[in-house]
Design a protein around this ligand. Structure first.
Ligand SMILES: [Mg+2]
Length: 173
């Protein structure tokens, strides 16, 4: 399925929900791309998981901001890869640094940078401990098994709308 097709399907999924997040935050390694970027060379040409780009484009089209929260120790490689994939400019925040915390610090910075409250965010990551720590902050957090997919997006939006409840029909932004 090409990027455009994924994007259209993602838009259809989003249209099913009355309440949408203001910000979607992605991990990098094994969430947006299928490798640890610290194990790669900057000279290589990286590739994303098949649904990743289409989902990013759909978020943009819907007016939902996107950000990165990664504990990668090699910020230079991560940023070079985002440039090579031509998606770096899409993100309103790039928090890429190794830390002892399981991304709580990353989310504090994202919150400070964007002003978006935790309960208006969705987070995708492949590690249990990150999901656990960040969901305690009030962020709707989804564990992905094989990178971010349309299925994970649907699951995230479903969980988000359930936790938002019927009381908050406030329009995003
Ligand atoms: Mg990861």
């Amino acid at each position: 399925m090409g990027d455009e097709k994924v994007k259209m399907e993602a838009m259809e999924i989003m249209a099913m929900f009355e309440v949408l997040p203001r910000l979607v935050v992605f991990d990098l390694d094994y969430t947006l791309w299928p490798f640890y970027c610290e194990c790669r060379s900057k000279r290589e040409m990286p590739s994303l998981y098949p649904h990743a780009k289409g989902i990013l484009y759909a978020c943009k089209d819907k007016g939902i901001d996107v950000a990165i929260a990664s504990r990668s120790p090699t910020v230079d490689i991560a940023k070079t890869f985002l440039d090579k994939l031509d998606i770096r400019s899409m993100f309103v925040a790039l928090e890429i640094f190794s830390s002892w915390t399981h991304k709580t610090e990353h989310f504090q910075r994202i919150n400070w940078r964007t002003g978006v409250p935790y309960n208006s965010m969705i987070f995708f990551d492949d590690e249990d401990r990150n999901i656990e720590a960040v969901s305690k902050m009030g962020v709707t957090s989804i564990l992905v098994g094989n990178g971010v997919t349309l299925g994970a997006l649907r699951q995230g939006l479903m969980k988000f709308s359930q936790s938002s409840g019927s009381s908050s029909k406030s329009k995003k932004k």
